[in-house]
Design a protein. Structure first.
Length: 266
């Protein structure tokens, strides 16, 4: 065989090998559908997405407007993961609904705030005022614990992380506690003296988190997390997803973008 013929044969073989390898490479791409709430969770994962693409994971970010459907969708196999909740909320959902899902890594912390469109400080809130809190046990309980931490109310001893308005034993300002869906709390500001609003919903409603008239200290179990189905927790893509999220690059983005209103929790 001449050298020219030999080179042509080698070139043809290389081209054939490349052609055959393209479908194989395509088949190795792992599609991960991840459910998030609008705002910071979605923004952060948009920064994670291109980093995962370099590692063979095609991240599909799907936004949900409430705190219930993302866990239902994950448990039903309509998602591979979600990123929107803290552990007390997840634990409560698993207990009440029997979901076979669990945490695989920490993400960020959103200090809860009490906001008002009418008053500049908590001291200005009149006695007998209405205060809106979230109607789910974990977030509503968190709001009540914040009010207790700031000396506004007193709760029964031993209520844990999920107190309800029925657990209030002292209410010096005679506040009226109104429970509404978490996603709707920003809309109540026109009708109540103050409302407890999760930071992601505040940001989505263009409310500056530092404007809260009462604000939770960044402590406790309220760091958010990535959840997957229990059956998937040991799969390689799960480790890659968590490790890529918990990188210095993402931590720097969180610090720069949110200016302390959202805190890296890892």
């Amino acid at each position: 065989m001449s050298s020219i013929t030999r080179r042509a044969a080698l070139a043809a073989s290389a081209a054939l090998a490349l052609t055959l390898s393209i479908p194989a490479l395509a088949q190795t791409t792992q599609v991960v559908r991840i459910g998030v709430s609008p705002g910071p969770h979605a923004e952060i994962l948009e920064k994670v997405k291109p980093l995962l693409a370099q590692k063979g994971i095609d991240l599909k970010i799907i936004e949900f407007s409430d705190y219930v459907v993302p866990n239902q969708a994950l448990d039903a196999g309509e998602l591979e993961a979600n990123s929107f909740q803290n552990k007390p909320y997840l634990d409560n959902q698993v207990k009440d609904r029997g979901f076979k899902i669990e945490s695989v890594g920490l993400t960020v912390n959103f200090p809860l705030g009490i906001y008002s469109a009418k008053y500049k400080s908590w001291a200005d809130v009149p006695d007998g005022s209405s205060v809106a809190i979230q109607n789910d046990p974990t977030n509503g309980g968190r709001a009540l614990l914040l009010l207790q931490d700031k000396g506004v109310i007193k709760l029964k001893d031993g209520v844990g992380f999920k107190p309800s308005p029925a657990d209030i034993v002292a209410n010096p300002k005679k506040l009226k506690i109104i429970e509404v869906e978490a996603a709707q709390t920003p809309r109540t500001l026109a009708d109540v003296a103050a409302a407890a609003i999760n930071t992601n919903y505040a940001v989505d409603a263009k409310i500056e988190p530092t404007s809260a008239i009462l604000r939770e200290d960044p402590k406790g179990p309220y760091v958010n997390l990535i959840a997957v189905r229990t059956a998937d927790k040991d799969k390689p893509w799960v480790k890659t997803l968590v490790e890529t999220y918990q990188t210095p690059e993402i931590k720097a983005f969180v610090a720069e973008r949110f200016k302390g209103n959202v805190l890296a929790g890892w």
